[in-house]
Design a protein around this ligand. Structure first.
Ligand SMILES: Nc1ncnc2c1ncn2[C@@H]1O[C@H](COP(=O)(O)OP(=O)(O)OP(=O)(O)O)[C@@H](O)[C@H]1O
Length: 514
């Protein structure tokens, strides 16, 4: 199957000159949002009969999404990006915090306001294979939301009008009435939905025909003494109006209205994602959460879908929250980027700032894992991201990134190389977690063990580690942990860094930048 793509078929990325959100008001204000999953604990908890601990998927994050901008939300798998998107849309119940949308508290909305919010705030999911019901035609998929919400509805602020052409012997004045709900069928231009109508003399008297959407609109003529009265109304059923709109939306996202009766399995991945986008657009939203919208697509198709999203944003004045783990995607579509780690936001700022001049060691490390296309960036010295992401059931104290951070801060009075301090931190983790094997220390002796496992120490630092390893070799892991803690405890573990203003509209949560 081939990909239909009117936009960016050359594979180019959308423009990265993204300034549309400068100075814009926030459309979405997220404050201290939390979402914990209480799922009865992990297997280990159950085996050991331990009390269940919740998964702190999102653990107190705050950010704004400004009107008309694209805010990127990036981070490694499992850091809470999808949970954030779904919780702020109220698809999941938040554990705490607030979300204001256009000034209204989303978590306090009554049923009527909630229905309006559901229309205005949409989501496009990552997986176009599982997010479309295989038993529904794509036309039904796109129209479903409209059916639920009674759309398309008439907008009282939109005027309706007819452009009349009169011919073939009609010499009387023509008066036209246009029903107010014509805008459900005809897209308004400059606030007016216009219908071209032709009035001519037929065999049985005057007749009027509409020039657009003939299957949905109708015109009737009534003869008066000196005038003809023409009335234009919507004659199509609700279902037919929705179907026509679904067809238009399919066309707008680069598919064909002729494909309206096909099933999802008849489309390629990229085409299915276009259907998902048409479904989101059907309710005429202001805000869309794009949850990894191109991650499941071939690289060649990704740029086309990104270009489409970019065009739609301009055309419909949309605001996006763009969730991605792939930083190279984010760079070209986002105005600002929030970097998330283990349920928290590490750094947030304008995309160029985040990419050119990251402040948070996690952002630096994440960027280091992005393949560099530009030669000028290839030589950049960056720290690498090593080790596993800790469990969100039991995140590290203080700064959550400290267990992997290549810039963890030693105590003021301890002189130590960064690599050696990292090794000490790792040793402490092992001792505190009960993962250090006393036998292994006994076998080689504490000093040799230190040389091997915690190289680069001398003087007092070496002596303290030896003392701790001595205790560990004797089986006293608690004593070893205490000895190490007394000398090497860092602010990164005792104190959680506040999110503080950095340079150029950035916010950063790292003790190095306080
Ligand atoms: N329904 C659930 N019950 C329990 N834990 C969950 C549930 N959904 C997600 N989690 C956990 O919450 C954490 C955050 O998951 P989430 O899917 O939000 O992260 P993510 O950053 O979007 O990752 P990915 O890119 O892999 O989707 C993970 O540890 C995940 O295992």
């Amino acid at each position: 199957m081939t990909e239909t793509a009117p936009d960016g078929a050359d594979g180019s990325h959308p423009s990265s000159d993204r300034t549309r959100s400068n100075g814009a008001e926030p459309l979405l204000e997220v404050r201290n949002l939390r979402k914990y999953y209480e799922d009865g604990g992990g297997l280990l908890d159950r085996v050991l009969g331990r009390e269940a601990t919740s998964v702190k998927a999102v653990d107190g994050i705050s950010f704004d999404v400004r009107e008309g901008e694209t805010l990127g939300l990036v981070g490694e798998s499992g850091c809470g990006k999808s949970t954030t998107g779904e919780t702020l849309l109220r698809l999941r119940e938040a554990t705490g915090g607030t979300v204001a949308f256009d000034g209204e508290e989303v978590f306090d909305l009554d049923d009527t306001s909630m229905a309006a919010f559901r229309r205005r705030a949409q989501i496009v999911f990552q997986d176009p294979f599982s997010s479309l019901d295989p038993r529904m035609t794509v036309g039904a998929v796109v129209a479903e939301g409209m059916r639920i919400h009674g759309l398309p509805e008439s907008d009282p602020t939109v005027g309706t009008d007819a452009e009349i052409t009169v011919g073939e012997g009609i010499d009387r004045m023509v008066e036209v009435d246009v029903a107010d709900d014509i805008d459900r069928v005809v897209d308004p231009e400059n606030g007016v939905a216009r219908v071209p109508v032709t009035v001519r003399q037929g065999e049985d008297g005057p007749e009027a025909t509409v020039g657009v959407h003939e299957d949905l609109l109708g015109a009737t003529v009534e003869e008066g003494e000196n005038e003809l009265r023409v009335e234009v109304t919507v004659t199509g059923s609700e279902g037919a109006v929705r179907r026509a709109r679904a067809g238009e939306l399919l066309e707008r996202v680069g598919l064909s209205a002729d494909q309206i009766d096909r099933y999802p399995h008849e489309f390629s991945g990229g085409q299915r994602q276009r259907v998902g986008i048409a479904r989101a657009l059907a309710l005429d939203p202001d805000f869309i959460v794009l949850d990894e919208p191109v991650s499941a697509l071939d690289v060649s198709v990704q740029a086309q879908v990104l270009n489409l999203l970019d065009d739609l944003q301009d055309e419909f004045g949309l605001t996006y929250l763009f969730i991605a783990h792939d930083l190279s995607v984010v760079r070209h579509i986002c105005d600002r980027v929030a970097v998330m780690y283990l349920g928290r936001i590490a750094e947030l700022g304008p995309t160029d700032e985040i990419f050119e001049n990251p402040d948070h060691p996690y952002t630096e490390a994440l960027l280091a894992s992005v393949p560099r296309a530009e030669v000028s960036e290839q030589g950049r010295r960056v720290a690498t991201l090593s080790g596993d992401v800790p469990s969100p059931r039991n995140p590290p104290s203080g700064c959550r990134f400290r267990t992997r951070c290549p810039k963890v801060i030693p105590p003021e009075d301890v002189e130590i190389e960064q690599a050696a301090f990292r090794a000490v931190m790792n040793l402490r983790e092992a001792v505190e977690g009960g993962d250090l094997d006393p036998e292994a220390v006994r076998e080689v002796g504490p000093a040799d063990y230190r040389e091997q496992e915690v190289p680069g120490l001398d003087g007092e630092n070496a002596a303290v580690v030896d003392e701790a390893l001595e205790a560990a070799a004797g089986g006293d892991l608690d004593g070893a942990a205490e000895t190490l803690r007394e000398r090497f405890e860092t602010v990164c573990e005792t104190t959680e860094p506040d999110a503080t203003p950095g340079r150029d509209d950035t916010v950063i949560a790292c003790h190095l930048h306080e």
